[in-house]
Every structure is written in structure tokens, then in C-alpha cells.
Design a protein around this ligand. Structure first.
Ligand code: GUN
Length: 286
């Protein structure tokens, strides 16, 4: 038996076409706008940013990239973010990660005004995610929840295991699933008996950033496997899951590419539109 593939590309295209219609119907004097700050010239970041720009364009969101040298001073970056916070023509601000080692990611995410937090990485946004009291969610966790919901995969009372405890995927995702009454276990690559712990799950989500981490030993035939990995191995883009072998065993699986990646972008640009609606219409309605 082969798993049913959960097609993130298709679902993201559907979400994007709904978004395009909403934007066209609710547009004010100007279109929604996202400003991306890129520090340095990381090849993976170049690729992700290009994808974000293309998606913005396809739905009618204006997007710009402000590029900075790898050795930019923190206070220069700070000044730019504070000025974008005040810019009435910018709805969403995103600082592309990873950052060079001299820049503290937490400090930077804290600078982005909560009303312009396109990524949902600001501590206030994350606090509201914890309290289930926000419209803005970090894009990757939100995309994963939408993928599961698109296949009517039950969350209430289900055992969900997440491998990876990052602030941008593992932790907010655990929170969102807990708020949906799932029973959540968070592991990491160092968890004792990792394969055994994972095998107990109904839904296994790997966001560890380690190719071929999830093998046949980790899965069973009734399992849903969501692969959040975005790894480059010998120039080839792949996830955390040994897809060829695991997909022959489990019930549902997401591919890489074409699974979580396009959903992340769809949810990110949806955030920009939500911020635009909240901000633009509050400040410009006559
Ligand atoms: N780098 C890789 N993924 C992301 C993301 O979702 N947001 C930002 N800002 N940087 C990233």
C-alpha cells in the first residue's frame, strides 16, 4: 500500500486564488504591501525570497526587498525596522532568517511592530497564539494545520509527535494543536528512543532539519507524516523523511518539495492581507 500524498502545492494554489479575489474586492487606494529585509546573500534565502515575491505578485500584494550587507550594524537594522513600523504604506515586515551571528534574532523579531508582524514571530504575537487569541499565526504551523484539516485528519484526542522545538515551527505548532485538543509530544534529535516515541503517534511531524531522519522504524500503517524539513543534500532539496520507504507504509504523507513549503508562503501572504485589512482600513477609512 502507498500513502495518500497531501498536496500542499494544490492547496496553496486554492488558498492563493481565494486571497486574490478577496484582495481585488477589498482594495483601498493602495494594494497591501510586504517589505522583506534580507541580510547577506544566503542562496537558500534568495530562493525563498524569490518564491515569496512571486506569490505576492500573483495575488496582488506589493512586495519589496531591502538588501543589507552581511556585516550591517545592529543599530542600522534597528533604525530601518523602526522607520518601517511608522511607514503608513507598509503593512507587513519580514526579516528573512537566518541572520548573521552578530545579530540576535529575538531582539530583531521584538522590534517589528505587532500590527506589522507578517511572520508571527514577535513575542506578543506568539503569546496570543498561546492564548488562542489572534488572527496572525506563524506561517509554517498554520500551513500544517490547514494541510491536516484539508484531509479531515482528526486532531481531537489524537497523539501528535513533533520532532523539533524551534520558536518558529515546533513550539507554536504544539500550541496550536493543543488548542485543538490534540495530545502533543515534542521531541528533538537527542530524545531517547526517538524512533519508539515517534512510532506511538497518530500524526508525526518532523521539523528537525535532518535528511533521512525519519525512517521505516519511526512509522506505522495508520500514521500521517508531515515533513517540514528543508534540507539541501548535494544540491538536492529534500525533507527529513525517507520518503521513498516511508510513503510505502503510512496512510498520509506530505512530499518535499510540494508539501509544507508552498503552504508556508500561502499563509504568510494571507497574514499580510490580514494586517493590511486591520491596519489600512483602520487608518484610511473615511
Ligand atoms: N527562513 C526560513 N523560513 C523562514 C520564514 O518562514 N520566515 C523568515 N523570516 N525567515 C525564514
Amino acid at each position: 500500500m502507498s500513502a495518500k500524498i497531501i498536496d500542499g502545492k494544490l492547496l496553496s494554489q486554492k488558498l492563493n486564488s481565494h486571497l486574490k479575489i478577496s484582495i481585488a474586492q477589498n482594495k483601498g487606494v493602495r494594494a497591501p504591501k510586504l517589505t522583506i529585509l534580507q541580510i547577506g546573500n544566503n542562496p537558500a534565502s534568495n530562493k525563498y525570497i524569490k518564491n515569496k515575491l512571486n506569490s505576492c505578485k500573483s495575488v496582488g500584494i506589493d512586495a519589496e526587498v531591502l538588501k543589507f550587507d552581511n556585516n550591517i550594524k545592529v543599530n542600522e537594522l534597528e533604525k530601518t525596522i523602526l522607520s518601517l513600523n511608522k511607514d503608513k504604506n507598509v503593512d507587513g515586515i519580514l526579516v528573512q532568517l537566518p541572520l548573521p551571528s552578530h545579530i540576535d534574532e529575538k531582539f530583531i523579531n521584538n522590534l517589528i511592530d505587532v500590527t506589522k508582524d507578517a511572520d508571527g514571530f514577535n513575542p506578543q504575537t506568539l503569546g496570543n497564539v498561546l492564548l488562542d487569541n489572534t488572527q496572525i499565526y506563524p506561517a509554517t504551523p498554520n500551513g500544517i494545520v490547514k494541510l491536516l484539516e484539508s484531509e479531515n485528519i482528526n486532531l481531537v484526542g489524537s497523539n501528535v509527535t513533533i520532532v523539533g522545538r524551534s520558536n518558529i515551527v515546533g513550539k507554536p505548532l504544539a500550541t496550536m494543536l493543543i488548542n485543538r485538543e490534540a495530545t502533543v509530544t515534542i521531541c528533538n534529535k537527542k530524545t531517547k528512543n526517538l524512533a519508539k516515541v515517534c512510532k506511538r503517534a497518530d500524526i508525526l511531524i518532523s521539523a528537525a532539519g535532518s535528511s533521512k531522519l525519519i525512517t521505516r522504524k519511526f512509522v506505522h500503517k495508520n500514521m500521517t507524516v508531515i515533513d517540514v524539513g528543508a534540507n539541501f543534500v548535494n544540491g538536492i532539496y529534500c525533507g527529513d523523511v525517507d520518503f521513498e520507504k516511508v510513503s510505502k507504509i503510512v496512510k498520509y504523507i506530505t512530499p518535499v518539495p510540494g508539501g509544507v513549503g508552498p503552504m508556508t508562503i500561502a499563509c504568510l501572504i494571507e497574514n499580510v492581507y490580514k494586517l493590511y485589512k486591520n491596519y489600512y482600513h483602520k487608518n484610511n477609512s473615511k
